[in-house]
Design a binder for this molecule. Sequence first.
Ligand code: F6P
Length: 551
Amino acid sequence: MNSSGCTDVIDPELPAPLPPSAWKSLHTQWARLRAIDVPALFGLDPQRFERLSHTHDGLLLDFSKQRIDPTALESLLGLARAAGLERGVEALFGARPLNFTENRAALHMALRGGCEAPPAERPGLHATEQGLRTFAERVRGGAHRGASGEPIGLVVNLGIGGSDLGPRMVVEALSPSSPGNGPDVRFVANPDPLELDSVLAEASPHTTLFIISSKSFGTAETLANAETARTWLRAGLGLNTGLGPHLAAVSNAVDAARGFGIPEEHIFPLPEWVGGRYSVWSAIGLPARIALGNPAFDALLDGGRSIDRHFREAPLERNLPVLLGLIGIWNASIADIGTLALLPYSHALRSLPAWLQQLEMESNGKHCRRDGTPTPVATAPVIWGGAGTVGQHAFHQLLYQGTRAVAVDFVVPVNGSDPRSRMLVDNALAQSSALMCGRTLAAATEELRVKRGLNAEETARLAPHLACAGNQPSTTLLLPQLTPYRLGQLMALYEHKVFVQGWLWGINSFDQYGVELGKDMARALASGREDSADPSTAGLLAAAQAMRQQP
Ligand code: F6P
């Protein structure tokens, strides 16, 4: 450990983080490009779209609307080479302990066949996978019965963070287009009783199965919900023991799960080397297997594997996750754009921003590099967003006429299952175009004068309010349609993007020590150690206590 609390370079064979001077040429490129009008770049280079869009296995990634040109992109690729990115990718797939603060590999790709799992673990992984398949099929098909012999009609996943966001998003995205009539699958993450109570209000304990999803089986919020669920089952079934048919767990703390009363055969472990936010491919995907069926889940894994292969094999300049990562670095670290809006033009993908929020912000919201020094540039942006086209009528105003640059990713499945969804594609493309092109004062004046027939005075008064600066940078990802395979590609694409960025920033994308600080504080307050609170928090605690005592 060094004075910053980080381990020194873990693996002497891996390249050291980039020196601050390595970033200089990018700052020079940005000084050249910052005042350039993006639409004008298309005039200078009629092949710009072809040059700055790339395809792989049905996906199209276009970043021609970014404030970048091929020369600056070449500098970014140079940075990636200087950082030894290709060696980093091999180290990732080769199970090197890149999560060096916890001395672990990050091998989630092994769960989708994107690389090998450690040989000693393969039999156990295989057995867990078989168990998951069988259990999911039995629950889905009605063979698995509750304590009173009825089939399961409702599955409730109790988990938070990575034990919720991934499977929740997958189920939400794919259920509308999935055949079959398995049980209803719901997700509860919040320890606010309102969330679980509202699900239980419509449920019967005789036909409900809870999956307690917690890698650690130690997350206070999940355990609080699990307690509530167990109490509800006991009361509703009139049983003190024998709740086994209604309980399953996904956890590698097998003893703790067993101690909670979950039958051995319903406990599905996940390996240590799978981080929570990368865990949907593991047993954490159980609710998705039940909701969608094993074949759909297999197709999700296939899609992820297709991106693994591409990420490992494609040259950097045609490598989709690499390019997505480099563009993100250009915006966040060089152009000083501190926020990325993720706009999936699909109701089914409405939870994609929440999933990406954890993936990017928990992975790369850090500043301590492998050698313990702080990063010389800004790292992960603030990720936010929501389903297009709804956001257009809420927050897009700021994108057009606000005072901040905001980077945008448009994610657009082209063929919705319903032909009426064509409007979404049109809207996504119109938004990306309008954000880039903007509306000049002259165009606004012309519109008011010619189209609206206003006089000169009115036109001059209103025109500045209609003008939009344009040049808001966006990337567009087109997917042919939203199938399990395509969703697998999409998720793996962003996972590897995060790796690329973490590698160039020189940070560990696979730990989350910051989160622990808040957990420690919550534990201290919950155990009545108010004396450890700062004066503001102590004041608030006292005020909350007083409010509790008011009628
Ligand atoms: O608090 C953050 C976190 O550790 C995430 O990284 C993780 O996905 C989540 O909590 C849930 O953890 P667990 O699966 O152990 O309950």
